[in-house]
Design a protein. Structure first.
Ligand code: ZN
Length: 485
């Protein structure tokens, strides 16, 4: 069994069906605005989704929306977050969930994250979840207690291994389980809820054979992954923080109801830390994507564009921790710019009779890097080496044939845009395109000012442009270039 790695993707990763890959990734809980913590799993599994598609697999990528409002309770009032917000703002709970779902989609779109093939909502699969509880009860791995249904971990562990994914045994689990309110119905502290009877203040509730209530959090992923991908599927992904207990519980639910685990490969992305700390509302380092893109947070020295953030995440291997800092983000911004300039230069290269460069080197290095457990940092490093080569060709120090130039453009476009999923914000956002005719006009005025030895006007134009982030370069031949900082 392979856990936690896709190492040697090509050799080891053999899908159940030669052409089709089924992939399930734990999606967002839509109780709040999308934040920095959402970026890493979304981009990691987007990279895998894009790469598998580039390898010509037909991928069915399922990523759920957790919207039944059972995840975290308000510590003071025992009320779940969606319900509380809905009550305070007099909204239908689904209005709150929809609002944040829309926000999530908008920001993922900015980050270049492709939409999954299916995005099932937990609230739309209550029937499937009740059915799954029934099957687990029938198999004898769950019990009813005051209208709630709990998974019997002790009994399960006598036949299966609870904790195999995270390398725990039951004693470790016991030590790690805290007794908190509402757990008194359970036989053991580590038993987990499959169905919870709703308290009177709980707005989101559904009828079931046991009580009016709501499904346990772990249940939706098992119910929806098997519904859309079958009883066995290829890849299950999520953040490392979900490995225990969430994914352990999913495995237990599959084994209890089907007799076997559903996922063949588990892949976990590591976490983003801020100054070495976990991100959290109480720590004052909780940064939403809106704040990040606008530079509007005390921890931010400037705004960071969506592509800078995507590049920052891709520059690290998905299994390493990634520490967020302004220095690291600024370095990513520079790196991203350098790569985009290289792509622009590539577009302007002129072919020669023959090549002094070996274009096959880039293709081989990128393929090997991706096949080595999705090493996006190695892909980026190969691309940077080729940006230097592209600049040498542009300077006439190296040469490239027409066929090689064609192939180089194909490989660069494939990796930069299709697989890494980057886009050129400057050309795409339209700012440069819209600016170009205006800049032509302004620089014409400046040229004529210089021709008339009107240095004051010429300097004024240059300085005012610099203030709004446009740098004008005077060339020796009297022509002028400009670029946005
Ligand atoms: Zn899940």
């Amino acid at each position: 069994m392979l856990y936690n790695t896709l190492s040697r993707t090509k050799e080891l990763f053999k899908p159940l069906n030669a052409e089709h890959v089924g992939m399930y990734v734990c999606g967002p809980t839509v109780y709040g605005d999308p934040h920095l913590g959402h970026t890493r799993p979304a981009i990691t599994f987007d990279l895998l989704f894009r790469y598998l598609k580039a390898l010509s697999y037909k991928v069915r990528y399922v990523r759920n929306i957790t919207d039944v409002g059972h995840l975290e309770h308000d510590a003071d009032e025992g009320e779940d977050k969606i319900s509380k917000k809905a009550r305070l703002e007099q909204l239908e709970p689904m209005e709150v969930a929809q609002y944040y779902t829309n926000r999530y989609h908008t920001f993922m779109d900015k980050l270049g994250v492709l939409p999954p093939s299916i995005e099932p909502h937990a609230s739309g699969h209550i029937i499937e979840q009740i059915e799954l509880v029934r099957r687990i009860l029938e198999a004898g791995y769950a019990y009813e207690s005051n209208g709630s249904i709990y998974f019997d971990v002790t009994k399960y562990n006598s036949k299966f291994h609870y904790g195999k994914l995270s390398g725990r045994n039951l004693d470790d689990v016991l030590v790690g389980t805290r007794e908190i309110d509402g757990q008194s119905d359970k036989r053991n502290s580590y038993d987990f809820a499959l169905w919870k009877k709703a308290q009177p203040e709980h707005i989101m509730r559904w009828p079931s054979p046991w009580s009016d209530g709501f499904p346990g959090w772990h249940l939706e992923c098992t119910a929806m992954s098997t519904k859309y991908l079958g009883e066995q599927f290829d890849i299950h992904g999520g953040g490392m923080d979900l490995m225990f207990p969430h994914h352990e519980c999913e495995i237990a639910q599959s084994c209890a109801s089907l007799g076997h685990d559903s996922a063949r490969y588990w892949i976990h992305n590591n976490m983003i830390t801020i100054g070495g700390q976990k991100m959290g509302k109480s720590l004052g380092n909780f940064i939403t994507l809106e704040q990040l893109f606008a530079g509007d947070h005390p921890k931010l020295e400037q705004a960071y564009s969506p592509m800078t953030v995507r590049f920052f995440i891709l520059q690290a291997h998905y299994r390493s921790t990634l520490d967020f800092s302004n220095e690291a983000l600024k370095a990513a911004e520079k790196g991203y710019d350098r790569l985009m300039k290289g792509v622009e230069t590539l577009g302007k290269l002129k072919a020669s009779e023959s090549s002094s460069v070996d274009v096959g080197d880039l293709r081989t290095r990128c393929e090997e890097a991706m096949n080595d457990d999705l090493s996006s940092p190695m892909v980026i490093s190969a691309l940077f080496d080729w940006v230097r080569i592209i600049n040498s060709i542009a300077d006439g120090k190296e040469s490239i044939s027409a066929a090689d130039l064609e192939e180089l453009k194909r490989v660069v476009n494939l990796y930069v845009f299709d697989i890494l999923g980057l886009s050129n914000e400057k050309s795409e956002g339209g700012s440069s395109n819209q600016l170009a005719p205006l800049m032509d006009m302004i620089l014409e005025v400046r040229k004529s000012a210089k021709a008339n030895k009107d240095w004051a006007t010429s300097d004024l134009i240059r300085n005012r442009l610099a203030e709004i982030g446009i740098r004008v370069k005077d060339n020796k031949d009297g022509s002028m270039d400009w670029e946005q900082a």
